[in-house]
Design a protein around this ligand. Sequence first.
Ligand code: ADE
Length: 217
Amino acid sequence: MKKIQVITLFPEMFDGVLNSSMMWKAQNEGAVEFSLINLREFGIGPRKQVDDTPYGGGNGMLLKPEPLFAAVEAAKAVDPSAQVVLMTPRGQRWKQSLAQDWSENEHGLIFICGRYEGYDERIVSLVDQQVSVGDYVLTGGELPAMTVIDSIVRLLPGVLGGETSAAIESFSDGETLEFPQYTKPAEFRGMSVPDVLLSGHHGEIAKWRAEQSKKAE
Ligand code: ADE
């Protein structure tokens, strides 16, 4: 069972994603266990403060170190060997081969979702990996964390319906994309399914699919 803990100021953002479809099925089948940790609970003082102004001046507020350290320590107490992952646009670019590795290894994961204009740099000392989902900036690490979690969990043994589906699909070999597919009806609004797919010739179909498995520009 893969244990995934997420530290966030907005745990409710995860409800729909983790409790629907494949992520819900994965939990139900005992392949994964999610737990959401509300950073606010580790905030300081009666107002549960989690952010503050930057030293040296500048706009915006930064996540303070004390609540994040306390939250990570609480998560580590539950799962001492877990890897701590910080979602940040400065991180290593996420890719399918990493999803594969992380779904296969034993250790649990603790995701830290950054928010606001940034975080106190000292939190990096807590972190094993920094991950980005692409060269663009989102308002927080929640959507990136959901993306990374989905890509890992669907590869856990028993989660994806047909065990071979993950192996033949886009990016699994690092290069080719999934070929175009069609279902019934064979003719729809003047658009036909390619003849080769209706031919029943498995060799020809495999050749056509290989030709079609190219990257979009
Ligand atoms: N937080 C904000 N933008 C992000 C990105 N592109 N990847 C990961 N975390 C982020």
